[in-house]
Ligand binder design. Structure first.
Ligand code: AMO
Length: 439
């Protein structure tokens, strides 16, 4: 029989119940992780957000009614347990709870569509289908606690460095990062698209005099391929700053990355341990490697890469075999970078663009931007695009646009680096990929 929650409230999370509380009365809430009935004694492992605690019910120490009630409990049902703390070196965490009262708040249906113990490994698709259950596993929820801390740290870092948070539209009229990756939608009588990047808006904010802005928001990309590194909906940490060049924003990026890692290491030790992730705080400045040298490095591993080509997956892997940790690739050819990227003044075939890599994974890209109207129109045309479809954006460049630079950092890819997740879907609560639109 279930009971309403009434006035019953949690007094502690499981991890807060330490042997020092021996003899104290506590109320804990959570799910039944496991139940072991040994006849004269029943062990219930109660799991909450942060841990697992043992409820020990010996028939000799508790009332026959309570003992019967506990005997009928089912795995994954929701409980509030009131009882006395007893230190017990053999129990997980060194404590157990001798129950006085058990409130069954809701009963779980059995069998479960997905096992909630970490021992049983299921395919990612089976796990994602029952994601709410999958997320009850601490090795899964740890990834999201780390992601949450990383985003918190990024925000604090940017606020402390005098950046203003902005929100830009996600319903947009044109592409910014290449026309093939667009999701078209019906916008009343016409066609519109889901935003691939806040690129054009964050640049327009530079013409508005906001000087330093950031946005943490979803980007949508109709990725052709189903890979372990691509999502159709991702969170992008975007930044734009005026009166500076690419080297200035690279410095901000490397400091932000190192700071976030330090912060996660400090605040998420339990989660990192659960994941077996040995997080090293990278030294700054990160190494800068010129695109021309990258070609030689990749070729030295027997992988073909010609000048003017973007890095193939094989090229990234070859590079990852040579490079450990975080590093920048600079000096990209202008032709393979978007229209808004500033060509290098001395050698316009090269651009002021950079990518930030972690081993074989690109986690961010950025650049100094073209702030001169006529050059921007020329670049748009050269990329086979029509300047007319950018006229509202282009207007911002005619009335006092300062030189500016910025970057976009993928929150999920950065989370992969910190948690060791091999599949980007592991870092999204409810991922969207080519085949998945639910749950
Ligand atoms: P770019 O397209 O390189 O640059 O994206 C920047 C970063 O965003 C992340 N990212 C993705 N993550 C998961 N799935 C995807 N489909 C996906 N697409 C991008 C990556 C990538 O490095 N406007 C520029 C940024 C700028 O110059 O400011 C841009 O969007 O981590």
């Amino acid at each position: 029989m279930t009971t309403p929650i009434g006035k019953c409230r949690r007094t502690q999370y499981s991890k807060e119940v330490t042997p020092e509380l021996n003899g104290k009365e506590v109320t804990l809430t959570g799910w039944i992780h496991e139940i072991r009935d040994l006849g004269g004694i029943i062990f219930v492992l109660l799991r909450d957000r942060d841990g697992i605690i043992q409820i020990t019910a010996p028939s000799k120490k508790i009332s026959p009614e309570l003992f019967e009630e506990i005997r009928h409990l089912k795995k994954e049902s929701v409980l509030a347990v009131n009882g006395m703390v007893q230190d017990s070196p053999k129990a997980p965490g060194g404590v157990e709870i001798i129950p006085q009262k058990v409130n069954l708040l809701n009963e779980s249906k059995l069998p479960l569509p997905l096992d909630t113990t970490e021992k049983v490994r299921a395919e990612i698709d089976t796990r994602l289908d029952s994601r709410f259950l999958d997320l009850r596993k601490h090795n899964v929820s740890s990834i999201f606690k780390i992601k949450s801390r990383m985003l918190h740290s990024v925000r604090v870092f940017l606020e402390e460095n005098d950046f203003i948070e902005i929100n830009t539209p996600k319903l947009v009229a044109s592409a910014t990062e290449g026309g093939t990756e667009l999701f078209p939608i019906t916008y009343f009588e016409r066609e519109a698209f889901l935003g691939q990047s806040p690129q054009l808006y964050k640049q327009m904010m530079m013409a508005s005099g906001f000087d330093q802005v950031y946005e943490i928001a979803p980007i949508f990309r109709a990725e052709e391929h189903d890979t372990l590194r691509h999502l159709n909906e991702a969170i992008s940490i975007d930044l734009e700053a005026a009166f500076c060049d690419e080297e200035d924003v690279m410095k901000i990026l490397e400091n932000l990355v190192a700071n976030a890692i330090k912060d996660v290491k400090e605040h998420c030790p339990d989660e990192l341990e659960t994941l077996n992730a040995d997080l090293e705080i990278p030294e700054t400045p990160f190494q800068r490697i010129d695109y021309d040298d990258v070609i030689d490095m990749v070729n030295s591993k027997g992988v073909a890469l010609r000048h003017g080509e973007d890095l193939s997956r094989a090229a990234e892997k070859a590079l990852g075999e040579i490079m450990d940790g975080y590093y920048f690739i600079t000096g990209w050819p202008t032709d393979i970078k978007p229209f808004y990227v500033m060509p290098n003044q001395e050698d316009p075939k090269k651009s002021c663009a950079f990518d930030l890599m972690y081993r074989d994974l690109e986690i961010s890209s950025g650049a100094m931007r073209v702030h001169l109207h006529d050059l921007l129109v020329e670049r748009i045309k050269k990329q086979g695009l029509n300047p007319d479809s950018f006229n509202r954006y282009l207007a911002a460049f005619e009335y006092g646009m300062p030189p500016h630079s910025g970057w976009g950092l993928g929150a999920e890819r950065f989370t992969m680096c910190m948690t060791g997740a091999q599949n980007i879907r592991e870092t999204v609560l409810f991922p969207r990929d080519r085949r998945r639109l639910t749950p």
